[in-house]
Design a protein around this ligand. Sequence first.
Ligand SMILES: [Zn+2]
Length: 456
Amino acid sequence: MNKWLQDFNLWLRIYRLSIPLAKMLKNVYMVERRWDWMKLLWIGVDDTDSVNGGCTTYWAVTLMEELRERWHVGLPRLIRLNPTIPYKTRGNGAVAIPVWGDIDIEELADLCRKHLDNNCWLDDRNTNPGLVIVEEIHEKLRIFAKKALRDVMTYEEAMELIEDLDIQHYALRNGRGVVGALAAVGLDVRDPTYELLTYRHPSRFGTQREVDRNSVFKADEIAYPLVWDTVDRENDEVVFTPGSPDPVLFGIRGKSVFAIIRAFLIIRSEEIDKFQLFITNQSTDMHLIPEKEVDVLRDYRSYRLKGVVIEKPYTHIGGHVFFYLETRFGKVKCAAYEPTKQFRNVIRALHPGDEIVVYGSMKKRTVNLEKIEIIKLAKIVDYKNPVCWVCGKSMESAGKNQGFRCKRCKTSAESKIEVEIPRELSPGLYEVPPRARRHISMPLIRVKGKNIHPFR
Ligand SMILES: [Zn+2]
């Protein structure tokens, strides 16, 4: 009976959600077929939220509701930019919305401006909203977007491009949001993923989120690995709900839209006010600069660096683990901070002489590790007293520089023997657990053809 009721509830949800889900799938289909012939306009937006509330994706979803009354709106893009930027709010995500139809650009701009004026969280001095309307994605915009992801771009550089390409724009405060707004429109994402974001009822903003824990674990069991980072099994935590007072209830990330929907139908929670699927550059590692493209290492950039471990890693107060790596740029400090939990055990097991590749962002001249690849482990040897070949016991020292002997059997040997100590690690890729993963970092289950040690 219970099972029957559960099934009934599931079918009821499928019935109730069938129309919005079908519309969502139509949009995915249109993006994947790349309807290039269609005249599209792109609205890019960034930095409408603050640490006290709001979310740029929510701002975009509410704008899309208004846009749909007049024109066609496609699948929006959620683009994560340079994760180390000091003045970002949380995930540093910007949004781009495709619009088409019989568009009067002045009318569209007016609507967007009004929405920006009325719906930003300007309580925080670090909120500097920016909005652009792009009619054609120029090669210069693509280059700018890639730089915004890997480098630190300024407002002045963004304005230069805006004037050069004659892009409609609107900004509040110091206007720094235009950098992300441009990047969200221009970034070329080769291997995109999806995220289904659900939003809370406005009356609940700021209160404790109610999501049924068991249902989330069950959804993960069914949809993993096509869906990832909903739970952290090793640490027994639900990780897909934000901890901040923003409107997001939870976000389901994955490669397959069907797997995401499947997980979505299983999860039970408080009332969902709205939901929206985004196409994203999350879980792509697009922020990492390969070392062949680097001349000098700088703070606020993310790298993939090859090197040799110089000394045994050490644990600092607070549980942070550090070590030094000899690279072609010199000695580089690397860190696995406390929130990376079990990943620190991998780091602690490293040994001088190990050849590795580190993945992570540089801040205060230290690489904050997201992943490591062990290329070659150093051989660790220990010296032990030789073993008697008659009785099989360890020989004893016969005195200084006198060699070793077995008193009982009268056997002797000249020197200690070399014993190789087995290593706890094996070559391959290791990653931080889901709880510590950045939006933009690629989980190892997405890495093909390598010896991987994924964290679930
Ligand atoms: Zn013996």
